[in-house]
Design a protein. Structure first.
Length: 179
């Protein structure tokens, strides 16, 4: 369900079912997916109505760097928790920490026949990654009272050992969240 971080919702940048009127600078998060032959997908894009402030643009760039770090860390033989550590490290090093202060959820979840399943990419998880495992890569920065930014794509551990995206590519900008 898409959400808009308009005035009443700025206190809790997560979701709303209330109708909203977009204003210049409002952040819009679209989280969706589908099933194909019984298998689930999951993708989130964050957009901006108008031009992003420097703070929102910087948060987006940090989230994208965290996605890159997670994709690089997700490799055959590594523990699932280390993928969360890689993404969370980028966000914390950029000043949005410590721990779960602004990145308030796990990095990702397994995805297959169920939308949320094992393995979970979360701190301390000790599942060894093997080829064929697929999961979401969805870091975020959420600043209560201001805005939230999340980018989500699905990746799979390939036979060669490195993770590969199952989506066409990572989001490139806030102004064109769908490409």
């Amino acid at each position: 369900m898409p959400w808009c971080c308009s005035e009443p919702q700025r206190r809790f940048p997560t979701a709303t079912t209330k109708p909203q009127t977009l204003r210049d600078g409002d952040v819009v998060l679209i989280d969706d997916g589908c099933k194909v032959e019984g298998y689930c997908s999951d993708v989130t894009r964050t957009g901006i109505f108008g031009k992003p402030s420097e703070k929102i643009q910087r948060a987006f760039e940090i989230v994208r760097k965290a996605q890159d770090a997670a994709l690089d860390a997700a490799r055959k033989g590594r523990l699932s928790g280390t993928v969360d550590d890689a993404a969370r490290g980028v966000i914390t090093a950029a000043g949005y920490g410590p721990d779960y202060k602004f990145f308030t959820h796990r990095l990702g979840h397994g995805i297959g026949l169920d939308g949320h399943e094992h393995p979970y990419l979360v701190r301390g998880s000790r599942t060894t990654l093997v080829p064929g495992m697929s999961f979401s890569n969805e870091p975020g920065i959420y600043i209560p009272g201001q805005f939230g930014v999340r980018c989500e794509d699905v990746m799979v551990i390939a036979e060669g050992g490195a993770a590969q995206l199952l989506t066409p590519g990572f989001q490139v900008s806030l102004e064109k969240p769908l490409g």
